[in-house]
Write a protein that binds this ligand. Structure first.
Ligand code: GAL
Length: 637
């Protein structure tokens, strides 16, 4: 099981504590009959496991674990640290996180803890040890999930005294000497110099913006706190439950901590896929929201599959929560088009998932998520998704799970890139994450098989490498790009900052200057009212002024250079809009010998061995076809 298990699993998130014990065996039987082989339990059950401090009630959970195991389900057991109970918060009130305004994030929902609070860290380790000691050797427990969705509800950063103290210690460890920190951050500016690490405060509550280097250090620190919090649990689980995979569930369009770092300690990275909620809540156009309201934008799920596969050690990943019907947390919460639950499920396996697990088994008629659908309705009868899960299970039983996807296109992404563009956008909406998504979406519309990789990845086997926005370029990546023989596209702000958030001495793109044959001597951002372009109403512009030898290749209607080319390298000289981006990426794809024409609206594909999974996001149809087969899916599976 620490070895990759070749079978593809379907699973479900189950909360036995919500339902009468008399129903558990029937639930387990129905799960198996549907074709499910995995069940995730326990991640919010602390108040039932330990109702009073030090007093454990294991009986119900023992029986639930046995019932599920006896039915033939492999159990993914969660550590319950996302929901510390009331008695614990009352005993240790300063374990509560403080928000950016310094307000406490009180009890009464979840994720109310501060990652830096030593007392809470000890409690989290204690309950993890208890649960792991109880179930670590149980033959039914095949895997562990640490906590639940680190960062959900904006909870990675805490501005508490515990966080401040831990931040100071982190800074001392990183810089050693306060003079080095002052120099690195440029604290001579505005007389911000410190005499000791004890003088450094958190970067919130300043009169105007804090030093961006201060923010970046705080973002790195906050991410490291998540990683070390997680590592403490992993060490306990490895010790008390050897041979089981350890996973965690990441979220959609979420960059609050460095997932590459977290994955150093995990066997499998999971993520929670809610395509309809994400479409409604994130940056999509009104037209996309209308067209794909019941399907989700065709690239939302796939983008995360390819991103998290690239984060995960050995590329092992799964969907730990799959939307089965309306959710409760978006502005509006439609039901999926018939066929979409099956399509989302099969598409995840086409991208290499080991498991897709639906959230949740049965809609719970009380509390915060009473409007969130499950595979069963609140009355225990099947909801529409149950039949689609069954159909997916049937199809999967006929597919070869180990077939490889050939390497075509790599997109390089780092988490700190998004931190930098959030800290210093310089114009509204410029984001490393969203330009990465834009590149991904454009290339996927050409039909490329894409890996989203960290800057440390080996790039040799690809034909095309796109670096959408990577302000800090590690030395090693520079060398790899200089030696790369395929096509390269470099996006805006790449190489524009040093490790400590300064403009490089030789100006952007810093270490990539030679590669792009010149440098950026000025960056400006124009408000929408200055652009005067009728095809881009309401959008501003980012324009980089280039000096050097690369020739202008694509120019827009206003005479602004969108891209320049020098040998096998294209440099985007502005933050491109969709058509501009598509034009530049099509040219690079052509030169790389890869497809460069858009598939019809709503159609997407992904290769696996000799087969291609093809999906029609307009109709909800999907099919596995031979990879040379041009027929587009109309129905069936
Ligand atoms: C996830 C979370 C689950 C549940 C779900 C609802 O973010 O991990 O516990 O709240 O959303 O869609």
């Amino acid at each position: 099981m620490t070895q990759s298990d070749p079978a593809m699993h379907l699973g479900v998130c189950y909360y036995p504590e919500h339902w009468p014990e008399a129903r558990w065996a029937e639930d387990a039987r129905l799960m198996r009959e549907t074709g499910l082989t995995r069940v995730r339990i326990g991640e919010f059950a602390w108040s039932r496991i330990e109702p009073e401090p030090g007093l454990f009630d294991w009986g119900w959970l023992d029986r639930a674990v046995d019932t599920l195991h006896e039915a033939g389900l492999g159990i993914i057991m969660g550590t319950p640290t996302a929901t510390p109970p009331k008695w614990l918060v009352d005993r240790m009130p300063d374990m509560i996180a403080l928000d950016r305004e310094g307000k406490p994030r009180g009890f009464g929902s979840r994720r109310h803890y501060c990652f830096s609070h030593e007392g809470y860290r000890a409690e989290a380790a204690r309950i993890t040890r208890e649960v792991a000691a109880r179930y670590g050797g149980h033959p039914g427990v095949v895997s562990w999930q640490t906590d639940n969705e680190y960062g959900c509800h904006d909870t990675v950063q805490s501005f508490s005294p515990a966080a401040r103290d831990a931040f100071r210690a982190w800074l001392e460890e990183r810089y050693g000497d306060i003079a080095r920190l002052n120099e690195a951050w440029g604290n001579v500016f505005w007389s911000m110099e410190y005499r000791s690490f004890e003088e450094v405060e958190l970067p919130n509550l300043t009169v105007t913006e804090a030093n961006p280097a201060h923010w970046l250090a705080f973002r790195r620190f906050s991410s490291d706190q998540v990683v070390s919090f997680n590592r403490a649990q992993v060490e306990i689980l490895r010790d008390l439950s050897p041979g089981r995979d350890i996973t965690h569930n990441a979220m959609g369009f979420y960059t609050g901590y460095d997932h590459h770092d977290l994955c150093d300690d995990l066997d499998v990275l999971g993520w929670d896929s809610y395509p309809l909620g994400f479409l409604e809540m994130f940056r999509f156009t009104e037209e996309e929201k209308r067209t794909y309201a019941r399907q989700g934008h065709p690239d939302i799920a796939a983008f995360h599959h390819d991103l998290y596969r690239g984060c995960a050690k050995g590329g092992r990943w799964s969907v730990l929560e799959q939307q089965p019907g309306p959710v409760n947390w978006a502005r509006y919460n439609p039901a999926p088009l018939p066929g979409m639950v099956k399509l989302w499920t099969l598409e995840a396996f086409a991208h290499g998932a080991e498991m897709v697990s639906y959230f949740r088994w049965r809609q719970f008629p009380k509390a915060q998520e009473q409007m969130h659908a499950g595979l069963l309705r609140p009355d225990g009868n099947p909801a529409p998704a149950l039949a689609e899960a069954r159909e997916a299970a049937n199809i999967l039983s006929r597919i070869d799970p180990i077939a490889e996807t050939p390497k075509q296109t790599a997109i390089v992404f780092s988490y700190e890139s998004e931190w930098i563009t959030q800290i210093q956008p310089q114009g509204e909406g410029y984001s490393a994450l969203w330009t990465t998504f834009g590149c991904y979406s454009a290339l996927r519309q050409f039909g490329h098989d894409i890996d989203i990789v960290p800057p440390t990845a080996d790039l040799d086997a690809y034909s095309l490498v796109v670096v959408p926005c990577l302000p800090i370029v590690p030395e090693d990546l520079t060398r790899k790009l200089e030696a790369f023989e395929g096509q390269i596209v470099i996006g805006p702000r790449t190489g524009s900052r040093t490790e400590e958030f300064a403009i490089p001495d030789d100006l952007p793109p810093g270490p990539l200057g030679e590669l792009v044959g010149g440098r950026i001597i000025l960056s400006e951002t124009l408000s929408p009212r200055m652009s005067g372009d009728p095809v881009r109403p309401g959008e501003g512009r980012w324009i980089d002024h280039y000096e050097g030898a690369a020739e202008a290749e694509v120019t827009d209607g206003e005479g602004v250079v969108i891209s320049r080319v020098s040998g096998n390298v294209r440099l985007l000289c502005c933050w491109p809009d969709k058509p501009g981006l598509s034009t530049v990426l099509a040219a690079a794809s052509r030169d790389a010998g890869l497809p460069s024409e858009c598939l019809p609206e709503g159609i997407r594909k992904r290769t696996r061995g000799d087969l291609a999974f093809k999906a029609n996001y307009l109709t909800g149809d999907c099919a596995w076809l031979s990879s040379s087969d041009e027929d587009l899916p109309k129905g069936g599976g």
